[in-house]
Structures are given as C-alpha cells and as structure tokens.
Design a protein around this ligand. Structure first.
Ligand SMILES: NC(=O)C1=CN([C@@H]2O[C@H](COP(=O)(O)OP(=O)(O)OC[C@H]3O[C@@H](n4cnc5c(N)ncnc54)[C@H](O)[C@@H]3O)[C@@H](O)[C@H]2O)[C@@H](O)CC1
Ligand SMILES: Nc1ncnc2c1ncn2[C@@H]1O[C@H](COP(=O)(O)OP(=O)(O)O)[C@@H](O)[C@H]1O
Ligand SMILES: [K+]
Length: 488
C-alpha cells in the first residue's frame, strides 16, 4: 500500500485539508444509500476504529443522519476516534457509544454491552475499524462486533477494505469482517482482487477520489484484464492468413491410463486460435475419434514436425522422455499437471524461448516444498516465488487464478472471470490446450496465460449458468466466450 499512501500524500499537498476524506465519505454515503434503498428511518451502526478509516465512516454516517437515518457510532477506541468526524456525526443528530468492551462500561447508557445491541438491531453496519493502516487480523473486541454484524440481518458495508484482511496480499491471517459490499477509495487494493480476501469483500464499489494522476507514477502491483484487453490480444486471422501462419500448437498429453486428458487438451487447443493442432502420444485414437481435424504422430515430439508452441503435461503419467523433448524445444512451451512433476527445474530455467507453467495449488505446493494451504492463503507470494525459481511465467490456478512473469517485476495479472463450477476434473486440461494455442498464435507467455484464463473462466460461466458443467462443456463454450469478448 506504499504506492497508494504516497499518492495520497502527493494529492493531499494539492487539495484543501480534509478534502479527500470528504470525497471518500460522500462516495461511501452514496453507496450506503443505494444499499439501503430508503435512508430515512434506517438504523445504521458504524464500527469506528482509531484511524482515518473510522473518520470516513463517521463523516458518511453524518451524511446518512442528515438524510433521516438513525446513526449510532460504536467507538472501539473512544479517546482516539476521529475528532472531526465524531463532531460532524453529532452535529447531524447521530450518537456514539463506547464500544471498547463491556468491562469499560458504556457511553450510550444502555447496559453493559450496548454496542452489541446496536449492531444486532441495525439495518446497515458500516465497517470503519481499520483500512490500509491495519496490521494483522482483528483484535478480539473488534472480532466480536464483526461476528455480531455477520449474525445480524444487517447489510455490511466495508470502508476501503474489510477490516482484518491484508490489502497488499489478500491474506486473511486472523478474524476479519465479512462484507456484503466494499467501497474502496482511489485505487483497487490488490488484496481485494485475490482470495481469500476477495471472499470477504463481497461486491466491490470504487470511489474515485482523484488519485489517478498521482498513482500514474507507480507501476501497479496487480492488474485485472477487462474485455477490451483480451479483445486486443485475441489472434484473429487476416485475409492473408493460412493455417501455418496462424500457428501450429503441439499437444503432448495423455497416456494409456489417461487418454481423456489428451482429448480435453486438444479440445481446448482447437478453440485457441492456432491454425492446426498436432497431437503427440499414445492417445491418438481417442483424440481422432473425437477430433478428426487433429494431426497425430506416434514418435517423439522432436520428430513430430514443426510447431510454434507446445502444451505438455496433462495425463502424461511418468513419460519423462516426451517431456524432456518438449523442454528442449526452442519454441514457447506450456507445462502443466504431470509435466510439472517431471520437468527438470534447471532445464526449464535454461530455456531461451518463453515458458508458461500452469500449476494448481497442490502442484505449486509440491514445487515450492510447502503446503497447499500455504499457497492458497498467499497466492500472490506463491506465484511470484515460483516464477522467480523457474525463471518462467507462472499461472497459478484456483478460485482466483493469478499470472506472474518470470523476472518478478511487472504486475501480477489476476483473472476476473471464472466460477466455482470450474472445479471439475479435466477443466485444467482444456486450459492447457487453450493457452498453448494462444502461445502458438504468437502471444507472449503472460498474455497467453491471462487471455487463456479469462476465456476459460468466461466459457465456464456461460456453460454453467448455475448448473454443473463437465470439462467438455467448458471447451464447447469457448467459441461463445470468444464472441462475447469480441462483441465487448
Ligand atoms: N490518507 C488519505 O488521503 C485518505 C485516507 N482515507 C482512509 O484512511 C484509511 C487509512 O487511515 P489510517 O492510516 O489512519 O489507518 P487505519 O484507519 O486504516 O488504521 C490505523 C489505526 O488502526 C489501528 N490498528 C491497526 N491494526 C489494527 C487491528 N488489527 N485491529 C485494530 N486496530 C488496528 C492502528 O493502531 C491505527 O490507530 C484508508 O483505508 C481510508 O479509509 C480516505 O479518507 C481517503 C483519503
Ligand atoms: N473454486 C474455484 N473457483 C473457480 N475456479 C476454480 C476453482 N477451483 C478450481 N478452479 C479452476 O478449475 C480448473 C481446474 O484445473 P486443474 O486443477 O488443473 O484440474 P484438472 O487437472 O482436473 O483439469 C482451473 O482452471 C482452476 O482455476
Ligand atoms: K474497513
């Protein structure tokens, strides 16, 4: 968050005192009004910590009180609550109670734990406990109030980010607020885009407080592709194209035991924009039965004929020889699944052409010598670490798919599409073929990974539409996803 803080400091030097907080509070109050529908007569509880995050909540509370809401601030640290915000709230007819804990008694005068009562009766709870100044999970008292908010029927709106989550990494190492909506200011914090924190944030609302020009001086730490970014990268054939110019992708997947992985990887590859798909391996019959347009070859990859990229690994079993050939090739290579286990790290590092590794959390954990849980709780760190170790681009799959470039610099791409229905056997094989075809069509490894993940996630959403899907359905929906992107 250093970049956001520095941009705020720079902007604050240019605008009147308190102007940024007023912009933030106005956006926050407007979002709360929309969530409530009717502000007049609504019961609003503000959870207010000791910093400016609490200040935002208090000023927004004042605006809601002026529109007729009954607003009560629960002050977690009454002596350190934002003085201006508290005065504004009181002037607007709101009130405040001491929320620091039942042992200290109350300022609101309504029994030993008035604060919990205020939260329990609220229609809307505004979480202003901590923002980007927070360290670690919620302290016990704040955690107790957050739990009460979760158990109440109130809608929970987090100010800037759900208190307790890490704004930089998306980690949630202790108790945290579970929000229905998060209203974030100036810049979308990286953590808000990445699980597990993303889960806690609910729906995201962005409020522009004018940081844009100041932030432009900093490179983003993470970025999320939008439709237009993907549209720009899709390899669309021109009038002069032929199948070779569009690119040939080689698929090295499947085994006698897992022929299906080959079929699914080819299914993805055929929808990836390359001109032809070459399959190399023992599942050629199964592949041809489903996709007669595939060029198959029985020998080793090195003798299969020219390709512009390889996608290798799904269902490969223990066939290290086929993988070695691919790693030694001088064209871009995607390595997935069994291939990740078989690949020699030193040989991967030595490659000159781009390499894209596509592990899920379990495979990433095995490569890093850590646990799956550790990878899932800190995806950004895990993907950067792997990319550094292998000097390769890494696409880490999962509930949030993230893509990091080989040199550790540049933003990590966070995929905004997808659905938990995608967690179905073989869907990763489809992604391998798809991203491999994008490499063959000429996209760089980071672009192929991010574009592939975007289309794959979008296809899954279109195919699932609220019901279970199989991996083949995802592959079948890729053309629809493609069209969706091209139409914007
Ligand atoms: N700086 C600016 O220009 C702007 C800042 N804004 C708001 O200000 C926030 C940042 O404010 P601050 O820097 O004052 O910091 P915060 O309000 O995020 O939190 C810092 C305070 O919380 C306490 N704290 C830290 N970790 C805690 C934990 N785990 N449990 C309980 N208390 C904890 C600290 O002791 C400190 O007093 C932003 O998130 C945003 O909401 C907005 O008003 C927009 C403008
Ligand atoms: N909870 C989830 N939410 C969204 N997508 C998920 C979730 N779990 C898995 N996925 C996606 O599903 C695919 C599964 O791939 P993978 O783990 O390689 O499975 P397989 O090896 O069976 O093909 C990946 O694209 C991954 O990002
Ligand atoms: K907050």
């Amino acid at each position: 968050m250093e970049d956001v803080r520095a941009a705020e400091r720079a902007l604050m030097a240019r605008v009147p005192d308190g102007a940024l907080m007023q912009r933030a509070a106005a956006g926050l109050a407007a979002a709360c009004g929309q969530v409530l529908g009717k502000v007049y007569g609504a019961r609003v509880a503000l959870l207010v910590g000791s910093g400016d995050n609490g200040g935002d909540a208090l000023y927004a509370g004042a605006r809601l009180a002026r529109r007729g809401a009954g607003v009560t601030a629960v002050l977690l640290a009454p002596e350190r609550a934002h003085a201006g915000g508290l005065a504004a709230l009181r002037a607007a007819g709101g009130r405040a109670v001491d929320g620091s804990g039942p042992a200290e008694g109350v300022g609101g005068g309504a029994g030993a734990d008035a604060a919990l009562g205020v939260v329990a009766r609220a229609d809307l709870v505004v979480d202003g406990v901590v923002g980007i100044g927070g360290k670690g999970g919620l302290r016990p008292r704040a955690a107790e109030l957050a739990r009460a908010a979760e158990e109440s029927r109130a809608v929970v709106v987090a100010v800037d980010l759900p208190s307790g989550v890490d704004a930089d990494t998306g980690e949630v190492r202790g108790a945290a607020v579970r929000a229905d909506v998060t209203v974030t200011f100036g810049a979308c914090k990286p953590g808000l885009l990445v699980d597990p924190a993303r889960e806690y944030a609910g729906a995201l609302r962005f409020v522009d407080i004018g940081l844009g020009p100041e932030l432009a001086a900093y490179d983003p730490v993470v970025e999320a592709f939008q439709y237009a970014d993907v549209d720009r990268l899709l390899p669309v054939p021109g009038a002069e194209s032929d199948k070779y110019r569009r690119g040939v992708v080689g698929v090295v997947a499947g085994s006698a035991r897992y022929p299906g992985a080959a079929v699914l990887a080819v299914a993805g590859a055929l929808r990836g924009g390359a001109g032809a798909v070459r399959y190399v391996g023992p599942a050629a019959d199964a592949v041809l039965a489903r996709f007669p347009e595939t060029l198959v070859s029985a020998g080793p990859p090195a003798r299969a004929g020219r390709v512009q990229a390889w996608a290798a690994g799904p269902g490969l079993g223990d066939d290290g020889d086929r993988l070695r050939d691919v790693v030694a090739a001088d064209v871009p290579v995607l390595i997935d699944a069994d291939g990740l286990r078989l690949a020699d790290a030193a040989a991967v590092r030595k490659r000159v052409a781009p390499t894209l590794l596509t592990p899920h959390a379990g495979e990433a954990a095995a490569l890093l010598g850590t646990s799956r849980e550790e990878v899932e709780s800190g995806r950004l760190e895990a993907v950067r670490e792997l990319a550094g170790r292998y000097a390769a681009t890494v696409l880490l799959k999962g509930s949030t798919t993230v893509v990091a470039g080989p040199d550790g610099t540049g933003a990590v791409r966070v995929n905004p599409t997808g659905t938990p229905w995608l967690a179905t056997a073989g869907s990763g094989d489809v992604l391998s073929g798809l991203a491999g075809a994008l490499l063959a069509a000429g996209l760089g490894a980071r672009d192929a990974g991010a574009t592939g993940a975007f289309l794959h996630g979008l296809a899954a959403r279109l195919a699932a539409d609220g019901a279970p899907v199989a991996a083949q359905d995802v592959a079948d929906a890729l053309p629809a996803a493609w069209r969706d992107v091209r139409r914007g």
